[in-house]
Design a protein around this ligand. Structure first.
Ligand code: ZN
Length: 634
C-alpha cells in the first residue's frame, strides 16, 4: 500500500482491489465457516478471523494517506476521461465515498464523534437483534405475555417451554411470553378465538424498553446520515438505489396499495367466509387473520399435491435446465479435493462455458446441528482480472435446510430455493475486472432483481411442468395442478404484508428523534391513510389487521433493511413484469438467455433500471416508481 502514492489511477484501483480481494478471501471464507462448520473449534477460529479482518479494515478506512491517494487518482482520472474504464471509475468513486461515510474527511473532533457513532450503531443493532432472538427462544425472562387456559391449546406441545402455571377461572392456565415462537404458533393454530385474542393483545401492548432502543438506533442513524450529507437516513438509503428519493418510494407504495386493495379485500372475504363457516361470526378481527390464513392454506389439497413434484432432485433438474438451455452452459458435479468442503453432504459443481470453468458452486442443502442459517448465499470469491491476465473464477456457496432425500417441499420452500439460486448465478456469471462491485456486491434493490426473476422458474406452472417430476412415479405435473398453480394463494395478502412492512420502514426512517417528539405520533401521522377503516369484512384498519399498529419494537427488519424493505415488493412487481414480457412465452429461449447473461456478467457495476429493462426489448420505458403492476396482480 505504501506504493500507492506513485501510482497512476488504473494502478491505484488495481492495487486497492487486490488488497481488498486478499482480505475478502479470508473474511468471506471465515464468515461461511462460522455459520456452517460442524466443528466448534473451526467456528471459534473463523469468528476471530472475521473480527480481526473487520478491525484491520476499519483501520485502513481511517488511513488518511490511502484516502488522499484515492482522491488524487479520481481527480487525475477526471482530467483524462479516456484513461480509466467506467468500471474503474465507478469502483474508485465507490471506495472513496465509503471511506467518507466512515468519517475520514472530517476534522479531528468530528471524526472522533463519527467513529463513536459507528460503534454505537453496531452495538445497538446487535443488542436489538439479540434481544428479539432471545425473546423468541425465551432465553430471556421477559414477563409480558398472556395467561392461556391449557384446555384451549389442544395438543400443542408445551414441554420445551417451561411455562409458569396457575389455576384460574378456566382451570389450569399457562403464561405464554408474548414474543416467542409459541405465541406465534398459538395465533396460527388454536381454534379458540378468546385465547388468540389474549395472545394478540399481549403482543400488541407497547414494549417501551425495546422501543427506546429502536429510537436510540434511529437517532444515531439520523446523525450519521446528516454527517454524510443527507437530510435523513431514508435519503441515505436511496443514495445508489433505483428510486433515488424516499418520495418516489412513497409514490410507488401508495400506487401499489390502490392496485392491490380490491384483490386484498376479496381475499379477506374468503377468510371471513371461513370464519362464518366455523360459526364464529363473519367480522374479521386481527387475531383471526393468522389462524384463518393458515387454515385456508392447509385446506387447499392441490398444495399438497403440487408439493409431491417439488423435491430437491426436481429443483436441481430445473437449475440444470436454466443453466444449459437458457444460458448455454454446462453444470457439472465434481469431487471436492480432500479438505475442500466442511461436511460430506456438501456438493461441488462447476459451471462451464465450452471448456472454460467460469464459476464454482458449493451446495450445502440439508439441516445439521450447529448450522446457523436456513437459506443463504455466501460469496467466497468475486470475479476479477488477475495480474496474469486470467479471470479469477467466482466461487459461491448456497446453504439451505431442505428436507433430506426425496421428501417433498412446500411451494414457498421451492420458491426460496430458486431465489437463492438466482443470487448464486448472478455471482457466478459476473465477469467484472474488479471484485469490488462483482456479482451481488451492489445495492439491495438492484441485486434482489435476479433472485426474484428466478422465483418464476418455480412459480410459472408451464415452466415448472417442463422439469418437475413426481417424487415416486416420476410423472410430469398434470394439467389440473398446473391450473391450480396459476394462482398464488393469498398472493394479494402476501404482497400487502410486504407493502405494510415497507410503509412502516419508510415512516420510521423519516423520523428525527428529539425529546419533544414521540415516535408513535409521527408514525400515526405518516401512516394515517392506512389506519382508517378498510371498507371490508373487518372493522380494523390495515395496520391493526396485520398486527403492525405498534410493531416498531418487534420488527427487526427495521434494523437490517434500514429504509430498503420496499425492495421486495418492488422486485416482486418488476420481476413479474419482465417474466411476462420476455420469459413466459418461452422460458428457456437462448436469445433471452444471452440478454440475461449480459446483465449478470456486469455484476453490480451499472446498477440502473435500464440494464434490467434491456431484458425486454421494445418495452416502453418507465421509472422505478412507475413499474407496471399488472403482471404481479394477475
Ligand atoms: Zn434475496
Amino acid at each position: 500500500m505504501a506504493n500507492l502514492r506513485h501510482c497512476r489511477p488504473q494502478e491505484s484501483v488495481t492495487l486497492l482491489d487486490d488488497v481488498s480481494n486478499s482480505l475478502c478471501h479470508i473474511a468471506d471464507a471465515a464468515e461461511l465457516v462460522r455459520n456452517v462448520h460442524p466443528d466448534e473449534a473451526y467456528v471459534a477460529h473463523a469468528s476471530s478471523a472475521v473480527q480481526e479482518i473487520a478491525g484491520y479494515m476499519s483501520e485502513v478506512n481511517l488511513d488518511a494517506s490511502v484516502y488522499q491517494c484515492m482522491k488524487d487518482a479520481e481527480a487525475e482520472a477526471s482530467r483524462d476521461s479516456e484513461g480509466l474504464s467506467l468500471e474503474a471509475r465507478t469502483v474508485l468513486h465507490h471506495m472513496r465515498v465509503s471511506m467518507e461515510h466512515e468519517g475520514i474527511h472530517l476534522a479531528q473532533a468530528e471524526k472522533q464523534a463519527c467513529i463513536e457513532m459507528l460503534d454505537a450503531e453496531q452495538q445497538l443493532a446487535f443488542d436489538i437483534v439479540q434481544r428479539q432472538e432471545q425473546a423468541r427462544q425465551r432465553i430471556s425472562s421477559g414477563t409480558d405475555g398472556a395467561w392461556i387456559p391449557v384446555s384451549a391449546l389442544g395438543n400443542l406441545s408445551l414441554d420445551q417451554w417451561r411455562l409458569k402455571e396457575r389455576s384460574g377461572r378456566h382451570g389450569r392456565e399457562v403464561h405464554v411470553p408474548r414474543d416467542t415462537f409459541l405465541a406465534d404458533r398459538i395465533l396460527k393454530v388454536v381454534p379458540c378465538g378468546e385465547a388468540r385474542r389474549q395472545m394478540h393483545e399481549a403482543q400488541q401492548s407497547r414494549d417501551s424498553a425495546a422501543e427506546e432502543m429502536m429510537v436510540q438506533l434511529l437517532a444515531v442513524r439520523q446523525q450519521l446520515a446528516k454527517i454524510r450529507g443527507y437530510p435523513s437516513w431514508a435519503h441515505y438509503a436511496q443514495r445508489e438505489a433505483l428510486f433515488q428519493s424516499p418520495d418516489k418510494v412513497k409514490h410507488f407504495l401508495e400506487a401499489t396499495w390502490e392496485q392491490l386493495r380490491p384483490g386484498f379485500l376479496a381475499e379477506l372475504r374468503v377468510l371471513a367466509d371461513e370464519k362464518e363457516a366455523l360459526g364464529q361470526g363473519s367480522i374479521l378481527e386481527p387475531w383471526d387473520v393468522p389462524f384463518l390464513l393458515h387454515r385456508c392454506k392447509e385446506k387447499r389439497q392441490e398444495a399438497d399435491q403440487i408439493s409431491t413434484y417439488l423435491t430437491y432432485g426436481s429443483l436441481m433438474a430445473g437449475v440444470e435446465l436454466v443453466l444449459s438451455r437458457l444460458l448455454g452452459l454446462a453444470f457439472v458435479q465434481e469431487d471436492p479435493d480432500p479438505g475442500e468442503v466442511w461436511h460430506p453432504s456438501v456438493q461441488k459443481f462447476a459451471l462451464r462455458d465450452a471448456e472454460r470453468t467460469i464459476g464454482i458452486l458449493y451446495l450445502d442443502p440439508f439441516p445439521r446441528p450447529g448450522k446457523k442459517v436456513q437459506s443463504a448465499q455466501f460469496t467466497l470469491q468475486g470475479s476479477k482480472m488477475l495480474a496474469d491476465g486470467q479471470l479469477q473464477v467466482p466461487k459461491t456457496c448456497l446453504v439451505y435446510a431442505l428436507p433430506p432425500g426425496s421428501q417433498c417441499l412446500s411451494t414457498s420452500f421451492a420458491v426460496t430455493f430458486m431465489h437463492e439460486i438466482g443470487h448464486a448465478v448472478h455471482s457466478l456469471l459476473s465477469e467484472t475486472h474488479f471484485q469490488h462491485l462483482s456479482g451481488t456486491r451492489g445495492t439491495i434493490d438492484f441485486v434482489e432483481f435476479p433472485s426474484h426473476l428466478f422465483e418464476h422458474f418455480v412459480l410459472d406452472p408451464d415452466c415448472l411442468a417442463t422439469y418437475a417430476s413426481h417424487s415416486t412415479t416420476g410423472a410430469r405435473l398434470p394439467q389440473n395442478l398446473r391450473d391450480a398453480h396459476c394462482h398464488r394463494p393469498f398472493g394479494h395478502f402476501e404482497a400487502v404484508q410486504q407493502l405494510t412492512y415497507a410503509l412502516v420502514d419508510q415512516a420510521f426512517y423519516s423520523f428525527h428523534p428529539s425529546p419533544e417528539k414521540d415516535l408513535q405520533t409521527h408514525l400515526h401521522s405518516m401512516l394515517g391513510s392506512f389506519e382508517q377503516g378498510l371498507d371490508g369484512p373487518s372493522n380494523a384498519s390495515l395496520l391493526e389487521l396485520l398486527g403492525l399498529s405498534t410493531a416498531t419494537a418487534r420488527f427487526d427488519h427495521l434494523v437490517h433493511y434500514g429504509g430498503s424493505y420496499y425492495c421486495y415488493l418492488f422486485n416482486r412487481a418488476l420481476s413479474a413484469h419482465v417474466w411476462q414480457q420476455s420469459f413466459r412465452p418461452d422460458p428457456f429461449n437462448r436469445e433471452t438467455g444471452e440478454r440475461l447473461h449480459s446483465l449478470l456478467r456486469g455484476g453490480s457495476v451499472v446498477q440502473t433500471l435500464d440494464v434490467i429493462r434491456d431484458l425486454c426489448p421494445g418495452d416502453p420505458a418507465f421509472d422505478a416508481h412507475e413499474v407496471p403492476l399488472d403482471a404481479m396482480m394477475a
